[in-house]
Design a protein around this ligand. Structure first.
Ligand SMILES: Cc1cc2nc3c(=O)[nH]c(=O)nc-3n(C[C@H](O)[C@H](O)[C@H](O)COP(=O)(O)OP(=O)(O)OC[C@H]3O[C@@H](n4cnc5c(N)ncnc54)[C@H](O)[C@@H]3O)c2cc1C
Length: 411
């Protein structure tokens, strides 16, 4: 109710407004919100499980860890973002990647209906009978403030997890990604519970059916043959995944540091080992040493399992990139200033351009929730003209005055 009053007040006084939850949104278009009303959703964090145990009504201000804990305590789970402090709706409105997507699809594939405050201040229930349902699942930041969502939930079927973290020196870049293509992408028989991620950190001192308690060597032995620096197997349950990958509540990405953290994302079909090497050299050169402001930066290579995502039709929602295999993103970390923002934009785009040219793909495909902000609407929501036209028509109908246009606005 207070939320409706807030939006109505803002509209009557022509004041901009923006919902906030996990504060992980970093797209530069948010910078256009120079004044106005922040609508902080944290009190909207309830989870109500349906009597049949198959769905839950979830508050629009809940965060991933809180949702996972609430469901886990009753033997349930659903697809959330991998990072514990990220919102549940923020990622889902842009599609939403998470550890369980191989089993069940994207975060947004779980959504059955939304309670949403629209641009005109009205509270509406949007489900599969509404044309807006499609748009909320992929371009949702453009259409309203979700006060609650009803999502599919599942019995915990895969409680145990294992990870093996294998460390390589930089000289192995081409071999490692050639092998990753062969094992996990090109002729993949990888199971739907297997996620393969890699990070690049430059450390000048050295140069993750049923649950499992060890990673089957079929997925890792070929990497051991490449001669890693070391490898670290760990086992536990689903809730340990965030800590193992450095994105738990206790880890750096969940702390406020004052640093800027822009990403320059690109979806890829497969790795191009030579392009990987080229970007690695550039990354190393520009993020190592006392003179660089970008020391401590990282590059992310996220190979989430795709079976669940592809069990939905390509045109099922406004999320355009079900057929891509990899989510890659150089991430530059630095203390923000005008000069460094410009330098980061140049450098990040240079790295992404090498990956794009190496991909041979005709279009730049980016995850809207990782986007830097200078990409096109076609890059965020898909270049197919039917997608662009469908989104433009929804925008014109549901938000003609473009109140919801701070986060990756539909062109
Ligand atoms: C460290 C880190 C880890 C991440 N991990 C993942 C991941 O595992 N999977 C993934 O898919 N993405 C991930 N992301 C990207 C993430 O999807 C986006 O950053 C997303 O915008 C974060 O949403 P938020 O609620 O946390 O942030 P906020 O900055 O609070 O919100 C981001 C945008 O979402 C809007 N929004 C939030 N809640 C609502 C709502 N209820 N109704 C309407 N609009 C709303 C806000 O208005 C804002 O425009 C990660 C990002 C970071 C920085």
């Amino acid at each position: 109710m207070a939320l409706i009053t807030g939006v109505t007040f803002a509209n009557e006084h022509s004041v901009p407004f923006l919902a906030a939850n996990g504060f992980h949104g970093s797209i530069t278009t948010l910078g256009k919100m120079t004044h106005g009303i922040e609508i902080y959703l944290s009190q909207s964090n309830t989870v109500e499980i349906s009597p049949d145990g198959k769905t839950a009504k979830i508050g629009g201000g809940i965060r991933a860890r809180n949702l996972t804990d609430a469901l886990w305590s009753v033997g349930k789970q659903t697809v959330t973002g991998a990072c514990e402090c990220v919102g549940y709706l923020g990622p889902g409105l842009g599609g939403g990647h998470g550890w369980l997507q191989g089993h069940h699809g994207l975060i947004s594939d779980q959504y059955l209906s939304f309670d949403v405050v629209l641009a005109n201040g009205n509270l509406a229930t949007i489900d599969e009978n509404s044309e807006l349902f499609w748009g909320l699942k992929g371009a949702g930041h453009n259409f309203g403030i979700v006060t609650s969502v009803t999502s599919k939930i599942y019995d915990v079927q895969y409680p145990n997890y294992a990870i093996e973290t294998i460390f390589f020196s930089g000289e192995k870049v081409e071999e490692v990604y050639q092998l990753a293509n062969e094992l996990w992408i090109t002729n993949s028989t990888a199971p739907e519970g297997l996620n393969h991620w890699s990070y690049w950190f430059i450390d000048p001192t050295i140069d993750p059916e049923k649950g499992v308690d060890t990673v089957d060597p079929i997925h890792t032995a070929p990497f051991h043959q490449l001669g890693p620096i070391m490898s670290q197997p760990q086992s536990g349950d689903y809730r340990d995944l965030a800590a193992w990958t450095g994105i738990s509540l206790a880890d750096g990405p969940c702390q406020k540091t004052g640093n800027a953290n822009p990403r320059f994302p690109i979806y890829l079909q497969a790795y191009n080992p030579q392009a990987q090497k080229q970007v690695y050299d550039l990354f190393r050169e520009t993020t190592t040493g006392p003179a660089t402001p970008f020391a401590g930066s990282l590059s992310m290579f996220e190979g989430y399992s795709q079976q669940g995502v592809r069990s939905f039709a390509d045109d099922a929602s406004a999320f355009a990139y079900r057929s891509d295999n990899l989510l890659v993103a150089p991430l530059l970390i630095y203390p923000p200033s005008k000069e460094l923002n410009e330098a980061a934009q140049t450098l990040g785009n240079r790295m992404r351009q090498v990956l794009f040219e190496g991909s041979g793909q005709p279009t730049l495909n980016t995850y809207v929730n990782y986007a830097y902000g200078d990409e096109t609407s076609a890059a965020w929501y898909g270049s197919d003209s039917w997608r662009q036209e469908r989104l433009a028509a929804l925008k014109k109908k549901y938000d003609p005055e473009e109140r919801f246009s701070f986060y990756a606005p539909i062109a």
